[in-house]
Design a protein around this ligand. Structure first.
Ligand code: HEC
Length: 148
């Protein structure tokens, strides 16, 4: 009886530090795990409509520096837009217009805020949206309602 009790106490003494280390590890993973830059998406390229081709040019000039080539991310500055998070059910076209006009504060990722892009006209945003939506559709990203 006595022996068992002692060895159990020893086990507990060992278990606590291990549990603490494991706990800290889990918390650190939750904070730093899905880190910036690990998010690059390999984007399948469809043949684009003329509107989307115009959008691609505007995207490359104004957005790709952060959102990556073909909206595939991987820049450490912003998320990929060809990503299920930005499916039309969760981020409708108005969300794109709002992001370009007002910028957006960090809320889905760990990249920081997006500044507004006042140099991009409404007509250009319309073309950029066409471009991103066609890329999304070609990569299996379809509208589904926001559940959060
Ligand atoms: C300086 C870097 C930067 C540039 C340039 C930039 N973005 Fe962003 N954008 C971000 C970041 C960072 C986020 C993610 C914010 C978050 O959700 O954490 C973001 C998010 C978005 C979102 C999601 C908004 C939402 O409601 O969650 C859209 C849409 C978007 N960007 C479109 C664009 C378009 C279109 C352009 C080009 C006109 C552009 N961005 C240029 C950094 C940038």
């Amino acid at each position: 009886m006595m022996k068992n009790k002692t060895s159990n106490t020893k086990k507990n003494k060992l278990f606590m530090p291990i549990a603490i280390v494991a706990g800290v590890g889990v918390v650190a993973f939750l904070i730093f795990g899905p880190s910036a830059g690990d998010d690059a998406v390999s984007v399948k390229l469809p043949s684009l409509s003329p509107l989307a081709v115009a959008g691609e040019a505007a995207f490359n000039a104004n957005c790709a520096v952060c959102h990556g080539k073909n909206g595939g991310g991987g820049t450490k500055l912003a998320p990929p837009l060809v990503h299920d998070t930005y499916n039309p059910g969760h981020h409708p076209d108005e969300a794109f217009r709002a992001a370009v006009h007002n910028g957006t504060t960090q809320h889905h990722w760990h990249f920081g805020n997006m500044p507004p892009a006042p140099q991009v006209s409404d007509a250009q945003v319309t073309r950029i949206i066409a471009y991103i939506r066609e890329l999304q559709a070609a990569n299996g990203i379809v509208a589904h309602p926001h559940q959060m």
